[in-house]
Design a protein around this ligand. Structure first.
Ligand SMILES: *[C@@H]1O[C@H](CO)[C@@H](O)[C@H](O)[C@H]1NC(C)=O
Ligand SMILES: *[C@@H]1O[C@H](CO)[C@@H](O)[C@H](O)[C@H]1NC(C)=O
Ligand SMILES: *[C@@H]1O[C@H](CO)[C@@H](O)[C@H](O)[C@H]1NC(C)=O
Ligand SMILES: *[C@@H]1O[C@H](CO)[C@@H](O)[C@H](O)[C@H]1NC(C)=O
Ligand SMILES: *[C@@H]1O[C@H](CO)[C@@H](O)[C@H](O)[C@H]1NC(C)=O
Ligand SMILES: [Zn+2]
Length: 946
């Protein structure tokens, strides 16, 4: 998954109900992630001044020297590394946490060169040979050239070694270095995480290498295709355990520099990419799989969490999921162990390091007494996502980051298959439509979207690589691969995968290698073109089609779907924004078929009908939207409550029709249609919650949701037990949150009663775990400082990550401006809110209609401070900007945004400009939409009153 961008649903589910629409697409678990500090730095030894103030993507390399290019030259290949690292878990005299290291790499020369260029970032080197920062020797009897000079290119993050003579092709050399670096708290590279246990502060040393931070831990050829074997040794103090990708070979006492330390050596890794390396040194304890399992599975975490059973669920599902995936890929898991480690501070949701997967605590830990269903579902899907990478990504790796979408889209897709296997009663596969496909539609309908696949030379700098970890890469990637698997059939898809993994094991590929292996599978399925020709249209051009079916004539056509239909698309496409679309269809519930739409328009007789209803894109298996002639829409609308595949009902609710389709919601009890309706209505709320339409809209929806609320009151025996069906457990959340939001009688009383009971007895929380987010939010919104302070206290005391996150959100719901402002101040105090949670907190507050303007002022006022402390911008600030501008829909908002853009362009902290560009486009679309639809909405609501 990477530092990834992973939308957690836990909060995704509630947002709307609580007037926090803006959170929806924001809860990406990738927050503060720092990987390069842009400072003016002076290389003391060479006196070369490296100016690196500007963000690399806005600065072209000053010259054409190999060290000014961001990509490694193709002259050398690493074979293996011997690395020893020693992180200090107590600060030195200057108060700095550091690590020291020694590393050697065996490299083979494949093209004559007198330069060694190797990645290194923020490491300080010791002189190891005659005043040089490195020592070079020949291997296998070769003699090595003399080093003339070594220096550091700060901007391109290289150490450069100039040799007196050339290295010889075919010969191998050993390059040895000693260095030290800071074990900082920036959540990237080799970093530290902290927590308190029984009043004692504990420090953990851990890593996040993806995409380009292995070079911050030791000098290495830090590109995914530079695979090598790693022999790792870790030094650590008594009382700590050291983990790495390979299994521990043994731990012994050694004395180094008069200090007694433990030395743990690890079995050498398989041939692998640097971004998948990981090491963790901690006082963590573990749970392990039963001895009969042929792969050792361990779940690691804080002692308190493991001892209270928070890792039990992960342990129970990890091995079955691993077995499921072995079977799915028809390929044995290549390592002897699989560790899962929960870290108190972690930027992404989780990271698929080979053999040592790291997680945010809430992605691995689950406490049945305290956590909700979504928390549990999140755990099982994240584990599957990461384990899916063990083969797809780790065993076979993309050649370069431009194919990241294949890696992430694939793991996101497969995570639903594995989770479904682990929890077969949940119907989790149905959720893919809501969680991936519809989410991708949202972003991909903008002109500022981008194609899934980029050219290799468009993604060069660490910033450009970072920016790839977005919704398109994850969710559109998943949606498009799901479509491919559906039209090929799942068994042909899996067979092709197996052949692909088999052929390219331990090496690197480009996406066409997968198409090739899928094409070679003999299957009975007739395709209208090669897989390459079909798929290129989906991955090389941005956006997706809306397929319009006219049942009166049987004509069918496609058009690039845009939120602003008249927006100017300035990115040319070789395919002219036309797709090869697999149109599946069903007529009046029985007659079914599939038709490939290969041109802009076509005529297809079976689509013609005057009496039947026709539904296309069954199960939303295709990555496209569907529109029909008005008559068919009418026929479908009358069928809404009868269509028994609930997922269909979700599909035909489109934004324009959302209002009309909401009319039937009063008799709807199913989760997916409600959730889908709510997500569509969310946009109405975002646009109108500050306007006079808001009141009538609330009243209207109140009537729709009241029956649902009452229904749940009955089936839960007056809120005393869980609904028996899993999807109902989800829908209960919608019922309560929507009821409270629209003021259904009894709702606010219920939530406040629960919260008050909890305040009376903080040690025993009476709130049903699934409803906690809703209850916290509503009770804190209805209450004052006392409720808020209690929530804050509970947040600070919480030892369960999932619980803390819910409170973090609930606290953003208060209606008191001063509390919101104080909360904002708290968020940028690292002692109060973990860095990993800061964007979430800020974006939550901006989802509150009262908090929104406060956040906007706060972010502008603190822009420099935030950009400095939270460092590396693209990803973090992209999410932040998108979150806080989501409600923008007036000319005034637009002007402010434009001024902000100018201001930061003029400052030296010009991060997030791309995100501001997108926000401006979205704001313009919103203004237009509001001007066109407000009157219609008023008329509709007016009419419904009677
Ligand atoms: C690297 O480490 C391995 C395993 O400890 C050892 O066998 C090998 O000799 C080392 N290589 C060099 C060049 O030191
Ligand atoms: C590395 O050197 C720089 C410049 O002398 C210094 O500011 C920095 O603190 C050093 N880092 C470590 C981890 O010692
Ligand atoms: C290291 O030494 C300590 C005491 O000096 C001893 O208790 C411990 O068992 C030793 N550990 C190993 C791995 O030999
Ligand atoms: C699994 O792989 C083996 C060896 O490559 C092959 O012979 C077998 O047919 C595959 N099984 C399935 C179900 O595809
Ligand atoms: C939704 O349906 C309306 C009414 O038929 C149509 O005008 C609109 O284009 C559709 N929107 C989408 C996103 O398909
Ligand atoms: Zn992933």
């Amino acid at each position: 998954m990477g530092k990834g961008f992973y939308i957690s649903k836990p909060l995704g589910f509630v947002l709307f109900g609580l007037g926090v629409g803006a959170v929806l697409t924001i809860f990406a678990l990738s927050v503060v992630y720092s990987q390069e500090k842009r400072k003016n730095e002076v290389n003391a030894r060479d006196g070369t001044r490296m100016v690196t103030t500007a963000a690399p993507h806005s600065t072209s390399a000053p010259s054409n020297e190999p060290w000014d290019k961001y990509r490694l030259p193709d002259t050398l290949l690493p074979e293996y590394y011997n690395v020893t690292l020693w992180p200090r878990l107590v600060p030195d005299e200057q108060g700095m946490y550091i690590f020291t290291g020694k590393s050697g790499v065996a490299l083979t020369c494949v093209k004559e060169t007198n330069l060694i260029i190797i990645h290194s970032n923020e490491l300080n080197f010791t002189l190891t040979s005659e005043m040089h920062h490195a020592k070079l020797t020949g291997l296998g009897g070769t003699s090595a050239p003399v080093i003339l000079k070594t220096w550091f290119q700060i901007q391109t993050q290289f150490m450069v070694i100039l040799l007196k003579e050339k290295l010889q092709v075919g010969k191998s050399y050993w390059l040895y270095m000693e260095f030290h670096g800071e074990l900082s708290d920036d959540l990237g590279g080799f970093y530290r995480s902290q927590y308190t246990e029984n009043g004692v502060k504990k420090v953990v040393a851990t890593t996040q290498m993806q995409p380009t931070a292995a070079r911050n831990a030791f000098p290495c050829f830090d590109e995914p295709s530079m695979k090598a074997v790693f022999h790792l040794t870790l030094l650590h103090s008594a009382g700590t355990v050291a983990l790495a990708n390979g299994m521990e070979l043994g731990t012994e006492n050694v004395t180094i520099d008069d200090q007694e330390v433990l030395q743990t050596r690890f079995e050498p890794t398989e041939k692998m990419s640097t971004y998948l390396l990981a090491f963790v040194i901690s006082e963590f304890t573990n749970l392990r799989s039963p001895p009969e399992a042929n792969v050792l599975i361990r779940i690691w975490g804080r002692r308190e969490a493991i001892e209270s059973g928070q890792g039990d669920y992960a342990l129970s599902v990890t091995f079955p999921i691993l077995k499921y995936l072995e079977n799915y890929y028809n390929t044995t898991y290549p390592l002897s162990k699989s560790d899962q480690v929960a870290l108190p501070d972690f930027a992404a949701g989780a990271m698929e390091n080979w053999g040592l997967v790291t997680y945010r605590e809430q992605s691995l830990f689950y406490d049945p007494k305290v956590s909700s269903n979504e928390d549990k579902e999140w755990v099982v899907t994240v584990i599957t996502h990461e384990l899916a990478h063990m083969w797809f990504g780790n065993l076979v790796t993309m050649r370069w980051w431009n194919d990241l979408w294949l890696n992430e889209g694939f793991a996101s897709y497969v995570s639903y298959l594995g989770a479904d296997y682990a929890e077969p009663t949940w119907n989790i596969k149905d959720l893919m439509v809501l969680q991936q496909v519809q989410r991708a539609f949202g972003v991909d309908a903008l002109v500022s979207s981008h194609p899934l696949s980029s050219r290799e030379d468009e993604v060069i700098t660490p910033d450009q690589i970072d920016q790839l970890f977005d919704t398109i890469t994850y969710s559109k990637g998943a949606a498009v691969l799901r479509m491919l698997s559906e039209f090929l059939t799942e068994s042909a898809f899996a067979k092709g995968l197996h052949n692909y993994l088999h052929e390219y094991a331990y090496s690197n590929t480009v996406y066409t290698d997968l198409w090739k292996k899928l094409q070679e599978v003999n299957s009975s399925i007739q395709l209208p073109a090669s897989i390459n020709e079909i798929m290129n249209r989906w991955i090389l051009q941005m956006g997706f089609p809306v397929v319009t079916i006219d049942t009166r004539t049987g004509s069918i056509s496609q058009q690039h779907f845009l939120i602003q239909p008249d927006a100017v698309v300035d990115k040319p496409s070789d395919y002219n924004y036309e797709w090869f679309v697999p149109v599946t269809w069903m007529k009046s519930g029985s007659n079914m078929g599939q038709h490939w739409l290969l041109t802009k328009t076509a005529s297809y007789e079976p689509m013609k009908t005057d009496t039947d209803w026709l539904l296309a894109n069954l199960n939303v298996a295709g990555y496209y939207r569907v529109n029909y002639d008005p008559q068919n829409w009418e026929r479908l609308l009358t069928q809404l409550t009868n269509l028994n595949m609930i997922i269909h009902r979700a599909q035909i609710i489109n934004i324009t029709l959302a209002l009309r389709t909401t009319k039937y919601l009063y008799e709807e009890k199913e989760y997916i249609p409600w959730e889908s309706a709510i997500r569509n209505l969310e946009y109405f709320f975002l646009m109108f919650d500050r306007t006079e339409v808001y009141g009538p809209l609330q009243t209207y929806l109140q009537r729709k949701v009241k029956p649902l609320f009452d229904h749940f009151k009955v089936i839960t025996s007056n809120w005393t037990r869980k609904p028996p069906r899993y999807m109902d457990q989800y829908n209960q959340i919608n019922a309560v949150s929507m009821a409270c939001k629209t003021g259904v009688k009894g709702c606010s009383e219920l939530t406040r009663m629960w919260y008050r009971q909890w305040m009376k007895n903080p040690d025993s929380n009476p709130i049903p775990p699934n409803l906690k987010i809703t209850v916290y939010c509503n009770a804190i919104a209805a209450g004052g400082v006392e409720e808020w302070d209690f929530g804050w206290q509970m947040f600070k005391n919480s030892t369960i990550a999932a619980e803390a996150e819910k409170l973090l959100y609930g606290l953003s719901c208060t209606k008191e401006p001063w509390l919101l402002n104080r909360y904002l101040e708290f968020t940028i105090e690292p002692n109060l809110v973990r860095k990993q949670d800061v964007t979430f907190a800020i974006v939550y507050i901006s989802g509150n209609v009262i908090g929104q303007p406060l956040v906007w002022d706060f972010v502008r006022a603190n822009w420099e401070h935030i950009t400095k402390d939270y460092d590396d911008g693209s990803f973090f600030f992209g999410r932040l900007i998108q979150g806080i501008t989501k409600k923008f829909s007036t000319e005034f908002d637009l002007q402010q945004l434009q001024r902000f853009k100018e201001d930061i362009a003029a400052s030296s902290f010009s991060f997030g400009t791309q995100a501001i560009e997108q926000a401006i486009e979205q704001t313009k679309a919103n203004i237009k939409w509001v001007s066109e639809n407000k009157v219609k909405l008023c008329a509709f609501l007016d009419f419904q009153k009677n």
